[in-house]
Write a protein that binds this ligand. Structure first.
Ligand SMILES: [Zn+2]
Length: 153
């Protein structure tokens, strides 16, 4: 997600290195979660485009109406690890606040369409996250099955 955003020129080589490692960490978390979910036997779509928007979900189960996001602690302002870069401070403040607003807006949009949104932080244990996803999918499957059976009567 972070990779598509335009950002001001890094203020120093150290800042540039920090940005780069932040992005790499985001990607690594996403891939780790994806392979952990895959190992549970579930199949899913990656970088799934939310219909009618230009936004994408990291992992999606369209038939179950479940989407999963892995939010980077920096880009999505994790309560434990959020930091404000000192250079271009106001620009970053606005940028990061907009990211968070967009996240909540995406959640509201999906939920209004009957989707279930699961969000994890980059600092979360991705194996635990995958277990949570698998449990939620199993639960959704049962619910859907019951609904179908009920409507058949
Ligand atoms: Zn965090």
């Amino acid at each position: 997600v972070a990779g598509r955003m335009s950002v001001p020129r890094a203020s120093s080589p150290a800042a540039r290195r920090r940005m780069k490692s932040t992005r790499q960490r985001d990607t690594i978390c996403e891939v780790t979660l994806r392979s952990a979910i895959h190992r549970t036997g579930l199949r899913f779509r990656i970088q799934w485009q939310i219909p009618g928007t230009r936004r994408r979900a990291d992992v999606a189960f369209p038939s179950k109406k479940v989407v999963v996001f892995v939010d980077g602690c920096f880009w999505h302002m994790c309560p434990q690890h959020a930091t404000w870069p000192k250079a271009n401070e106001q620009w970053w403040r606005d940028k990061l606040m907009r990211n968070v607003e967009r996240d909540r807006d995406t959640d509201a949009l999906l939920e209004s369409r009957g989707w279930l949104v699961l969000r994890f932080w980059e600092h979360d244990d991705m194996l635990q996250a995958a277990k949570k996803v698998a449990a939620v999918i199993a639960q959704r499957s049962e619910t859907h099955l019951c609904t179908r059976n009920a409507s058949r009567r």
